[in-house]
Design a protein around this ligand. Structure first.
Ligand code: ADP
Ligand code: MG
Length: 367
């Protein structure tokens, strides 16, 4: 239990109802956490710290991602399994973007008490863990620790309003010394590649917003749910990294336009991409056909949360068209940065070029 030293009495109330409640929750998580992980985890849940054993000659990589209710998910839109899946997927995708393999996941959760109550069979937390642990199993990453606290309910007119749920995931991974894929390695002349296709997550989110009830039953990691159950590209990334051909990489979390701009910025280069070459998810194409958005390409360029891999490699390097059964598309090239020229240029089908502004998601951007 985390403790703020000043007022222990009040502090105790902020944790899951009473000590046994928190203990019972942790015991339940522990019994489900499993031990898969290829021997990288020496000691998991139960002690003050976990002990990880990275392979010899490897470096440790660490990433943390916060999932906050009303910002990253909505209880009335996202099935709990999806919240758990996405929480872990975000961290795994960051590890993938470094070309690293996961060693252990650490989950800190703050939950209003009603999310831990089992009414008909399963609580919200049980189902959240179903989603998270299914992906953990698939990725071979053990849940190695975390922290658990109660989120206070908020007094509201006519009764008590639920507090907000939050889940923070820390992923620890390893990568061969000096082999991590960085944002800063792109060079003029590199080709730009992206895995899978883009815009699906944004398109599915639009659909959920219109008819959340249609998605309430989506509870398994299924293809066709790019927003609810994205597939982090761990395997592809580690294959590409071990082939030593990649100059730079990032995962598409904020949108292609924003994430490619990060590569350009960190590498001190500019980019040209071909509108025609961008792989657009069928759900994004459908959203355009249905008149929900003006352009499917817009969703693919700016939508975000696709968790595909965006990377660059020297022109002469052969990049397979499929890696680990996922398509890889060449979408443009890295060019030298010149004066006031925009850092990313989009080439249309007719050959005309336009500046591509970053249009992805950014917190605090309206303040
Ligand atoms: P401490 O007081 O040292 O923080 P806790 O009582 O919070 O210990 O946790 C006991 C053990 O349970 C630790 O190994 C911790 O990592 C693990 N743990 C607590 N909460 C979670 C959680 N939400 N998910 C996974 N492991 C957890
Ligand atoms: Mg603790």
């Amino acid at each position: 239990m985390a403790k703020t030293s000043s007022n222990n009495q009040r502090n105790v109330k902020q944790h899951i109802s009473h000590e046994s409640g928190e203990r019972a929750l942790i015991a339940a998580i522990r019994s489900r956490a499993g031990r898969s992980g290829g021997g990288g985890l020496r000691l998991g849940i139960g002690d003050d710290c976990a002990i990880l054993r990275p392979p010899a000659g490897h470096e440790i990589v660490v990433t943390t991602d916060l999932s906050l209710e009303q910002v990253h998910f909505r209880r009335d839109w996202h099935p709990p399994e999806s919240v758990g899946h996405r929480c872990l997927a975000r961290g795994l995708s960051d590890l993938a973007a470094m070309g690293s393999k996961p060693l252990g996941a650490f989950l800190s959760i703050a939950l209003p008490p009603e999310l831990t109550i089992r009414e008909k069979g399963k609580s919200w937390l049980d189902r959240f863990l179903d989603g998270l642990l299914a992906l953990a199993d698939q990725a071979g990453v053990p849940l190695a620790g975390g922290d658990t606290a109660q989120s206070p309910s908020l007094a509201a007119r006519g009764g008590m309003q639920s507090g907000l749920a939050a889940a923070d995931i820390v992923l620890v991974g390893s990568v061969k010394q000096g082999r991590a894929l960085l944002r800063s390695g792109a060079r003029a002349g590199d080709k730009i590649y992206v895995t899978g296709n883009l815009g699906g997550a944004a398109a599915e989110l639009l659909a959920i917003g219109r008819h959340p009830e249609k998605f309430a039953g989506a509870h398994k990691m299924q293809a066709g749910h790019p927003h609810l159950f994205p597939a982090p590209r761990i395997l592809i990334a580690s294959r590409l990294a071990s082939a030593r051909r990649i100059h730079s990489a990032i995962d598409v979390s904020d949108g292609l336009s924003t994430d490619l701009a990060h590569i350009c910025e960190e590498s001190g280069v500019a980019a040209e991409i071909d509108a025609e070459a961008i792989p657009i998810h069928p759900l994004a194409l459908q959203a355009e056909l249905d008149g929900w958005v003006a352009s499917a390409l817009g969703l693919a360029l700016h939508g975000g949360e696709d968790y595909e891999l965006l990377f660059t490699a020297a022109k002469g390097v052969q990049i397979p068209r499929r890696v680990a059964s996922v398509e890889v598309h060449a979408i443009g090239q890295i060019v030298a940065r010149r004066g006031r020229r925009p850092s990313i240029v989009l080439r249309q089908r007719d050959g005309k070029t336009t500046a591509l502004e970053s249009g992805g998601w950014e917190h605090f951007s309206a303040q």
